[in-house]
Design a protein around this ligand. Sequence first.
Ligand SMILES: Cc1cc2nc3c(=O)[nH]c(=O)nc-3n(C[C@H](O)[C@H](O)[C@H](O)COP(=O)(O)O)c2cc1C
Length: 153
Amino acid sequence: MSRLLIVHHTPSPALHALLDSARSGATDPAVGPVEVVVKAALTATASDVLEADGYLLGTPANLGSMAGALKHFFDTIYYPCLEDTVGRPWSMYVHGNDDTAGAIRDVERIVTGLRWAKVQPILTVTGSPTRADLEAAWELGAATAAFAAGELT
Ligand SMILES: Cc1cc2nc3c(=O)[nH]c(=O)nc-3n(C[C@H](O)[C@H](O)[C@H](O)COP(=O)(O)O)c2cc1C
């Protein structure tokens, strides 16, 4: 069965709500046959990445970049996964107070190096997530899982 790997750093209720919604969308039965594996960024390994068919990343914006935990994830998996994950689908949600541009820029730069394929616009949420934000996270999870399953191309 195809597998979607959700790699997240979740230090607050706002990020937890976004993760919950994204996971709920990804695991919706209508998406099709896809296993969803959820890993905190500080625990995800290169094996997790190699064994998945697509990736959904979730991070806060911290100090003008992604969370250090997600950077640690990339530091860990970059070279072990560089040749074997080319073209796999990915997407991301980012939560911040006011400026998520640096986090998006820095993740995009790394993922460009990995040559993963962005399959959804990056979801940016500031402040307390609204119902619309949570619905967007649900859709992001569902769509990324469908790409991982090969149901969307
Ligand atoms: C050390 C630190 C740095 C942060 N830097 C940024 C930043 O550069 N841009 C931004 O939009 N939010 C920034 N934030 C806010 C976090 O993104 C926010 O706290 C996180 O997404 C959790 O949201 P919440 O505090 O509303 O629960 C920062 C927070 C901390 C603790």
